[in-house]
Design a protein around this ligand. Structure first.
Ligand code: SF4
Ligand code: MG
Length: 324
């Protein structure tokens, strides 16, 4: 299978001004290290699940891949093009092929536009349809594909439920026939009964439109359901990555094991619950050793001093831990 997305050593750092107190203390600015040294590739037609606690950098990573945020360092290659070096026309073409669906369908839709107006705006911008008749037909087709009715086209977002609004967002994203869809917590704001319908819709569209999918969630059961491979993030870094089978049946990183043990019905090996001590360390600090050391039940003396590399633990399995 061809690689459609390649990420190498990606970093995103937010510089923040320190305010009056900081200036009085002689500081000039401070940095939040949101994404640190992330590398992975994504193949055509593949679904990669990105998991981790909130604030671990999942959303920043996805927005940096799309260059909605400027990367601090590293390289992003999408369909053979260097995203980091693109601008103007080439960046617009890249973004057409990389669409995003967000967590909150309520705020992603313009309350003053009908569904037809919103879809038409995107379709016209990317010059997908020639005539008005083609446009109408295409909108009817898209609504049907996401499980809505053609009569819904003339309604405003307030007429729809949360799940229906997410369907509209998905219709708008696939309208431009992207190669990659990044879904950032797409079902987290929805009722559990609606979540499965949206997940199944994404699965169907993935096959029909030959999409690759990056699926971001803090919900492990959802990620297990939809992903071919899974990346586990902690404090801005991917700490373990492997096939869904490897991550859920044979997790190696102590953080992954603790995450899984907290969801008993997912812990297929019936491990004991691993309680993590303490809080994650501050993302405002650069770490000399393993970022997980303060909470790790298996820490060793040299974990404090050396950052573990992201090393191969099997053909498709990578781990950032000195145990590997
Ligand atoms: Fe724990 Fe050390 Fe592995 Fe970090 S490198 S996860 S501290 S064992
Ligand atoms: Mg997020």
């Amino acid at each position: 299978m061809t690689t459609i997305l390649q990420i190498d050593g990606l970093r995103k750092e937010y510089r923040k001004s320190v305010g009056l107190v900081g200036r009085l203390l002689g500081q000039s600015s401070t940095s939040l290290y949101a994404v640190e040294d992330v590398s992975f590739s994504l193949r055509a037609g593949e679904t990669l699940g990105l998991v981790g606690e909130s604030g671990c950098g999942k959303s920043t990573l996805s927005r940096t891949i799309m260059r909605l945020y400027e990367p601090t360092d590293g390289k992003i290659t999408f369909l053979g093009e260097d995203v980091t070096a693109s601008d103007g026309k080439s960046l617009r073409r890249i973004r057409k092929n990389m669409q995003m669906v967000f967590q909150d369908p309520y705020s992603s839709l313009n309350p003053r536009m009908t569904v037809r107006e919103m879809l038409a705006e995107t379709i016209r911008f990317h010059q997908i349809c020639g005539t008005e008749q083609e446009l109408d037909d295409y909108i009817a087709y898209l609504l049907d594909r996401v499980g809505l009715h053609v009569k819904d086209a003339d309604k405003y977002p307030k007429a729809f439920s949360g799940g229906q609004r997410q369907r509209i967002c998905i219709a708008r994203a696939i309208a431009v026939r992207p190669k990659l869809l990044i879904a950032d917590e797409p079902v987290s704001a929805l009722d559990v009964s609606v979540q499965a319908h949206i997940l199944n819709l994404l699965e169907d569209l993935k096959k029909e439109f030959q999409l690759s999918l990056i699926f971001i969630s803090h919900d492990l059961s959802v990620v297990k359901y939809i992903s071919d491979r899974v990346a586990v993030m902690y404090l801005g870094r991917i700490v373990e990555m492997g096939t869904t089978q490897e991550i859920f049946h044979n997790p190696v990183h102590p953080y992954t094991r603790a995450l899984l043990s907290a969801v008993p019905r997912l812990d297929l090996c019936k491990r004991e619950k691993i309680d993590l001590e303490g809080d994650p360390p501050s993302p405002y600090e650069r770490h000399k050793g393993c970022p997980f050391v303060s909470r790790c039940p298996q820490r060793m003396p040299h974990c404090e001093r050396e950052i573990p590399p992201f090393a191969q633990a099997g053909e498709t399995h990578q781990i950032r831990c000195h145990l590997a």
